[in-house]
Design a binder for this molecule. Structure first.
Ligand SMILES: *Cc1c(COP(=O)(O)O)cnc(C)c1O
Length: 412
């Protein structure tokens, strides 16, 4: 490889395509994949160009263990301002008393809250993974299920919404220290107020994990859980459309415990380039333009759901559906449905989300076409070539990251 002969001086001025053409090519391939597929994975999004620039910034160079004004390293005066902006904006956006913007991802936000208020062996209560919860909500293979005793509540078979009688009955029996509401495949309103009443009745702390619907909360299109909860955790890369990361909101009385649980409890140096991008993402989330984007996500989800309900399918497993849709460049993930009789590897369901394609500019008509394509693909013997063409036409109508090569450009 030519680059192994590059001099130190050359490396100091070279961009990725010169230093590592293999990775540069693969990033270009990934951009083309994103451009050419209909992305319906509910937890994914296409972030803003401004976020790419912040993530690819010089803040990546800085060690800043500690918190603004209380660092274990020198030279943090600018980083302090960056992180403080991210904190202040998170608090303002969600009306929270305290924010910790250091968690590297969503999983760490829940780990930190649990560690802040529970000892190993204490009891945690949450929606089961196979009912729409998350691995970090007490699944047995996850740290949360290994460290803590777990009581899982379920959804009602009739309505597929949280069965509050079940929550109360199990909470009275299990006496959890922490109750978690919210999930990864729960496409309904998370009623933190109803969970609050139950938490109060059994003396539990309440955590809402709004990883999926934080964007809707920011846009006032979903009730804000902050007022009812002791803790609210979230990612920034799902509906919020920011960098891949997490953050925690909590009441002031828990601020110290949460901050120490994150650092020194479980993380070392924060990713300050990502924290800069979180600040930018929060700033964008305060705008009318963002609110309009979130409103469109909901309209598009409704439009897709209506079309799918009208269409009907004949294919039955989630795995087969995921594979079939992949053949026509539609990306989804298989998912268990509540009371699923198939294994988590096969599943009876697929999970669909509208945030990513709404970011690309898809409207209700486009989502109706997506719905019709999915229905047609899941019949007995679909014309896959024709369907692939329809997917390509939709993608061509809404270009992604025009003029971008897939990674930020270093201009000396
Ligand atoms: C996505 C998600 C997480 C974890 O986020 P990562 O960034 O993947 O660690 C946690 N909780 C819920 C409800 C999620 O949907």
């Amino acid at each position: 490889m030519a680059t192994t002969q590059a001099t130190f001086q050359e490396l100091k001025h070279a961009g990725l395509d010169e230093v590592d053409p293999e990775i540069a090519r693969l990033l270009g391939d990934e951009l083309e994949r994103q451009r050419g597929q209909i992305e319906l994975i509910a937890s994914e999004n296409f972030t803003w160009p401004a976020v790419f620039e912040a993530v690819g910034s010089v803040a990546t160079n800085k060690y800043a263990e500690g918190y603004p004004g209380r660092r274990y390293y020198g030279g943090c005066e600018v980083i302090d301002e960056i992180e403080q902006l991210a904190i202040d904006r998170a608090k303002e956006l969600f009306g929270a008393e305290h924010a910790n913007v250091q968690p590297h991802a969503g999983a760490q936000t829940n780990m930190a809250v649990y560690a802040a208020v529970m000892e190993p062996g204490d009891t945690l209560m949450a929606l089961a993974l196979n009912q729409g919860g998350h691995l970090t909500h007490g699944h047995k293979v996850n740290f949360s299920g290994r460290l803590y005793r777990v009581a899982h509540y379920e959804v009602s078979r009739d309505t597929m919404t949280v069965d509050y009688e079940d929550v109360l009955a199990k909470a009275k029996e299990a006496r959890p220290k922490v109750i978690v509401c919210g999930g990864s495949a729960y496409p309904r309103t998370v009623e933190a107020d109803r969970f609050r009443a139950i938490a109060d009745e059994v003396g539990a702390l309440l955590l809402c994990d709004m990883a999926h619907f934080a964007g809707l909360v920011a846009a006032s299109l979903h009730p804000n859980p902050v007022e009812h909860c002791d803790f609210v955790t979230s990612t920034t890369h799902k509906t919020l459309a920011g960098p891949r990361a997490g953050f925690i909101l909590c009441r002031e009385e828990h601020a110290k415990a949460v901050d120490s649980a994150v650092m020194p409890g479980m993380q070392g140096g924060p990713l300050e380039h990502t924290i800069a991008a979180k600040a930018t993402c929060f700033r964008i989330a305060m705008t009318d333009a963002f609110r309009e984007y979130q409103a469109q996500i909901r309209r598009n989800a409704d439009s897709l759901a209506e079309t799918l309900l009208e269409g009907g399918f004949s294919l039955v497993t989630g795995k087969a559906a995921e594979e079939r849709l992949h053949q026509i460049d539609v990306t989804v993930n298989r998912n268990t449905i509540p009371f699923d009789e198939r294994s988590p590897f096969v599943t009876s369901g697929i999970r669909l989300g509208s945030p990513a394609m709404t970011m690309r500019g898809f409207d209700e008509d486009d989502f109706r076409e997506v719905g019709r394509i999915i229905c047609a693909a899941l019949t007995e013997s679909p014309d896959l070539d024709a369907l692939r063409d329809r997917v390509a036409a939709l993608c061509a109508k809404h270009p992604l990251y025009e003029g971008f090569r897939g990674y930020t450009t270093y201009v000396a």
